[in-house]
Write a protein that binds this ligand. Sequence first.
Ligand code: DX5
Ligand code: ZN
Length: 226
Amino acid sequence: MKERIRIAPSILAADFTRLGEQLQACEAAGADWIHVDVMDGRFVPNITMGPMVTAAAHRATSIPLDVHLMIVEPDHMLEAFAKAGAKRINVHWETCPHLDRTIRAIKALGCDVGVAINPHTPAALLSEVLPLLDAVLVMTVNPGFGGQELITGTLNKIRQLRAMISATGQAIDLEVDGGVNLETAATVVEAGADVLVVGSALFTERYSVATGMQQLRSVLANKKPV
Ligand code: DX5
Ligand code: ZN
């Protein structure tokens, strides 16, 4: 399996006036993915960025982009994000009535594919598609905003998904998103997560991205992926 817990800084919390600089700091600090939160004001009550900002991020860093589509009818936009440089495209289970088709369309564009589930969506709903996936993205907050508190009721779902993934025998990432910080990182990893999306706990005025990454790595020091 994978050797270490991977960290995916979410640029939702970055200072957009100096995005390139912040991406460079992530790269220097050894970030594994850059998480790009795309919101449409319909599926979630907020509007953020689209393919243009994704393409700009792609130009500014060689770290692979993990694009999280919080948009209705994502099928129309898959190609645009693939062209913008997405390495992985995550769609929400709740937005895809023909999820199998959407998954295959993402693969056909040459991207890795992940499916995200909201806090209320049961793990079991992924059982049929799981073997087709590169990643499952478990929302540990209700999507729409950074800086929210992790919903502890989702920990059990992370445990369930870890067991479901083990049963496939495949190397599927178990990524968690929302409220991951120095206090909660070890707990989600113990539950089975192996990729951590981190926004407000990394991009802050209180310390640098380098310090934030270092602190996270130190709380995860003796934690290995399950
Ligand atoms: C929430 C987004 C998250 C968010 C996480 O809808 O999907 O990726 O940026 O931010 P924090 O780490 O601040 O909870
Ligand atoms: Zn996200």
